[in-house]
Design a protein around this ligand. Structure first.
Ligand SMILES: [Zn+2]
Length: 159
């Protein structure tokens, strides 16, 4: 590692320890040339997964979009926020392990549906029926938003 103080490439590691909840390794280094110390961090390379939408447009993958879509489908079901986050994390892990740099949005939708089917049948049917028509999680969320607020209103007037 090139020393940031003198730019010589002659150092030794004094200390290595995990940090950022184990997502990084911090190394204290000692430059044998100028005798100064510096620190380096080692992390897993950040992947920049692109989602290819139905119209061919690409956008960066965002786990929050899956969470929002699933949240809508799970409305009034006995499913916790933790379960939803867990589902989205599992889908993201599948994407990371099976796809290099881009993934069609339709494939993400199928992955979510498979996971939802194991979790809750009603949420699965809601997600699947709307998703199959719109083929895009984002459109799905947009479409369900007014539906949800109508139901909210109905629930209030029932009380
Ligand atoms: Zn140095």
């Amino acid at each position: 590692m090139i020393c940031p103080h003198c730019t010589s490439d002659n150092d030794r590691v004094l200390d290595s320890r995990g940090c950022e909840d184990g997502r990084a390794i911090r190394r204290r280094r000692y430059c044998n040339h100028c005798k100064k110390r510096f620190t380096t961090y080692e992390r897993v390379e950040q992947y920049a997964m692109q989602v290819v939408k139905k119209d061919g447009a690409r956008e960066p993958f965002a786990r929050e979009k899956i969470e929002h879509g699933v949240e809508r489908a799970c409305w009034k079901r006995a499913i916790s926020g933790d379960q939803i986050r867990e589902l989205a994390a599992q889908v993201e892990a599948d994407i990371q392990s099976d796809y290099e740099s881009e993934i069609p949005s339709t494939v993400i939708g199928r992955m979510v549906m498979q996971r939802l089917a194991d979790l809750d049948q009603v949420a699965y049917v809601r997600f699947a029926s709307v998703y199959r028509e719109f083929k895009d999680v984002e459109d799905f969320v947009a479409e369900l938003a007014p539906l949800r607020s109508q139901s909210d209103t109905a629930a209030v007037s029932d009380d």
